[in-house]
Design a protein around this ligand. Structure first.
Ligand code: PGA
Length: 257
């Protein structure tokens, strides 16, 4: 994992009310008082719980992330949340392009790119998700699909901007299914993505961009995943909702340790 700082992000999806989010954040803050310096921790609560969660985590080494954003700073977009609003609610990260949003809310690659642009303009780090379905993997379309998704967001971008984007590779067939990609399968894809970034931006930039793995990450597979040279962290869904499992994942055995 060279010099990239590991990042473990908990995607709470549509779970936890405001009091539940506040209780969890309070307990997490206590549990992570001695967070290892080689890992950065992020939690992504539902939008109504962003500010109360951020208030609990203020000055703690745990950042707060949105789960979605609309690419405009204000306007007549009923139900949407702008990057400015996310920032005011204490977010320094925001997930974009999650497969659930692509699938259920019909988000396209072009729209996801607009979101990335809007977040970067506000100084919020996008956690940009890509990943193939089982049918695409079985049809040997994984690499062409990922390259299309990656290019849609990274093409015509300067190095400085590219380095601010965190990529999350999440094979759709592994999300919420208990079927995690093997560390070797994940590493193969991560190495491919880094090679693509190398072609577009050169080795220095490619080595600086963090690529997270997501899809059924659990306490019992995190150590092996994090041993892979191109896996720089994890985007964790189900296992981020329980304190003991999330704390265990954050405390993964570092290859450097
Ligand atoms: P999972 O979800 O860990 O429950 O598989 C991951 C994600 O959707 O980000």
């Amino acid at each position: 994992m060279t010099s990239r700082k590991a990042l473990i992000a908990g995607n709470w999806k549509m779970f936890k009310t405001i009091p539940e989010a506040v209780d969890f954040a309070t307990a997490l803050r206590k549990a992570l008082t001695s967070l290892p310096p080689h890992v950065e921790v992020v939690v992504a609560p539902p939008s109504v719980a962003l500010l109360p969660t951020a208030q609990v985590l203020e000055s703690a080494p745990i950042a707060v992330s949105g789960q979605n954003v609309y690419p405009a700073n204000e306007g007549a977009f009923t139900g949407e949340i702008s990057p400015t609003m996310l920032k005011a609610a204490g977010c320094s990260y925001c997930i974009v392009g999650h497969s659930e949003r692509r699938q259920y809310f019909h988000e396209t690659d072009a729209f996801v790119r607009e979101k990335v642009d809007a977040l970067l303009a506000e100084g919020i780090t996008p956690i940009f998700c890509i990943g193939e379905s089982l049918a695409q993997r079985q049809a040997n379309e994984t690499f062409s699909l990922l390259s299309t998704q990656l290019n849609a967001t990274f093409a015509n971008r300067d190095r400085e901007q590219a380095e601010q984007i965190v990529i999350a590779y999440e094979p759709i067939w592994a999300i919420g299914t208990g079927h995690t990609a093997t560390p070797a399968q994940a590493q193969e894809v991560h190495a491919f993505l880094r090679q693509q970034l190398d072609h577009s931006f050169g080795a220095d930039t490619a080595q600086r961009i963090r690529i997270l793995y997501g899809g059924s990450v659990k306490p019992d597979n995190i150590d092996d995943l994090m041993k892979q040279p191109d896996i720089d962290g994890a985007l964790v869904g189900g296992a981020s909702l329980k304190l003991d499992s999330f704390v265990r994942i954050v405390s993964f055995q570092s290859p450097a340790a």
